[in-house]
Design a binder for this molecule. Structure first.
Ligand code: FAD
Length: 403
């Protein structure tokens, strides 16, 4: 079966790996001219660790882990007000891995690049009922299936299912991330300052001579040009105007950033992830938002299950059946987590910092920590991965149930 995947990020490269593993013939088309670098640090948790292990990349992920030590909260004048362990801050339990998004993308691309055809600098323009796919640049080609792994603003979803507004759920926040000089001299440390409705965070991971600045703020939907980063930088500066601590210096540094990332916190909710010969995986199908901390893990698990169900002959129905509860559990994390990341009032910020300071000394400490990290862990493990049979071990392979 010839299968086209749109998008060469986490979901796309992982799906390509598993399809090839089961004997399919995947081709990946990516709009960017090369694998996209950049982005925040992302977590690989629960069932996704199992998927990474089955792909043979878990050791490589651990070798490039961020190795973060602590998270420190600062007040507006730069006074250190509370410190917590980085794993607790990130909701990680033992075994969970944290890696830069770009590093993970590179590991997955390197795993597949010699066995899978990648077409860069191109994008799908149409998918006909007979499987003929047209592209912006390449000549038309026929595929048995098309998989949309092209992110929250998926082009494939728009072509096969309709406009994004039908499936997008705006959580009411924006996020912006980019590389800045490490002028605070941070060493595997996260520095955070919260103002009402606005949070700034800067950190430097292991082996990074620079730092990443991350801003999150509550906002009504903004109208802007998705391709105009200068305009987006202005919107960020307006949103952060008046926030103290290192924020003015960080905003200055943002002006020179080449890897500027800006988006709303949006989730994608769909009744079905497949239509005809098209199916979606990762953020394109069920974006949980960066606030969930589970977007990357959902993409890895989704890739494993989709390819496995295709190989097992249960096709799209099997994929929907196996993934639905797992997706629901992880999507619930987004709106819940963001309330602890962007705090609406001074009083609530004061209370949160007080709790962080007191936590190590409280009698019910372990139970409280389990409440913080436990919810993510339960969602991250809310699926039992099947052992799918590789294609070559089966006498006959049935195609997807195109419904
Ligand atoms: C540059 C970048 C930075 C990110 N930073 C963060 C972050 O800091 N924190 C966080 O939580 N999440 C971030 N994400 C999202 C995170 O990677 C995903 O939530 C998660 O890993 C699931 O991945 P995905 O493969 O489903 O989608 P994505 O990682 O969003 O990947 C989608 C891929 O599809 C490609 N694409 C888009 N349109 C087309 C098209 N028309 N044709 C072909 N290809 C197309 C994109 O270039 C991209 O490579 C970022 C994504 C990108 C692309």
């Amino acid at each position: 079966m010839d299968i086209l995947i749109s998008g060469a990020s986490i979901a796309g490269t992982a799906t390509a790996y598993w399809l090839k593993h089961y004997g399919f013939n995947p081709t990946v088309v990516e709009r960017a001219p090369a694998i996209r670098e950049g982005g925040y640090k992302v977590d690989v948790r629960g069932a996704a660790l199992d998927v990474a292990e089955r792909m043979g990349v878990l050791d490589a992920i651990r070798a490039r882990s961020t190795d973060m030590r602590i998270a420190t909260h600062y007040d507006g004048s730069g006074r250190r007000v509370a410190t917590m362990d980085a794993d607790l801050f990130g909701g990680r339990q033992s075994g969970d891995a944290e890696i830069m998004r770009g590093d993970l993308n590179e590991i997955l691309y390197d795993l597949t690049r010699d066995h899978v055809e990648y077409i860069f600098d191109d994008s799908i323009t149409g998918i006909a009922d007979d499987g003929t796919v047209t592209f912006e640049r390449s000549a038309p080609r026929r595929f048995d299936l098309v998989i949309g792994a092209d992110g929250v603003h998926s082009n494939t979803r728009r072509l096969a299912f309709g406009e994004e507004s039908r499936f997008a759920r705006d959580l009411g926040y924006y996020i912006s991330i980019c590389t800045v000089p490490n002028h605070l001299g941070l060493d595997r440390e996260e520095a955070v300052h919260a103002a009402p409705g606005r949070t700034a965070n800067v950190y430097s991971t292991r082996q990074d001579s620079n730092a990443k600045a991350l801003f999150m703020w509550s906002s009504k939907p903004l109208s802007y040009d998705f391709r105009d980063t200068e305009q987006q930088k202005e919107l960020l500066a307006e949103a952060m105007a008046g926030v103290e601590w290192e924020v003015p210096a960080l905003l200055d540094a943002v002006r020179d950033a080449k890897d500027f990332y800006f988006d709303s916190l949006t989730q994608i909710h769909m009744d079905r992830w497949s239509s005809g010969r098209v199916v979606l995986v990762g953020d394109a199908a069920y974006c949980a938002s960066p606030a969930s901390g589970q977007g990357t893990s959902l993409a890895l698990v989704g890739a494993y299950v989709l390819a496995g169900e295709l190989a097992a002959g249960d096709g799209f129905d099997g994929y929907e059946r196996e993934m639905r509860a797992f997706v629901d559990a992880n999507q619930q994390l987004g709106p819940a987590n963001v309330k602890g990341m962007v705090i609406p009032s001074r009083a609530a910020i004061w209370f949160q910092l007080k709790m962080i300071k007191l936590l190590p000394h409280l009698p019910g400490r372990d139970k409280m920590i389990d409440r913080i990290a436990g919810a993510i862990h339960r969602a991250a493990t809310a699926i039992t991965l099947k052992d799918y049979q590789p294609l070559q071990e089966r006498s006959q392979v049935s195609g997807p149930s195109a419904s």
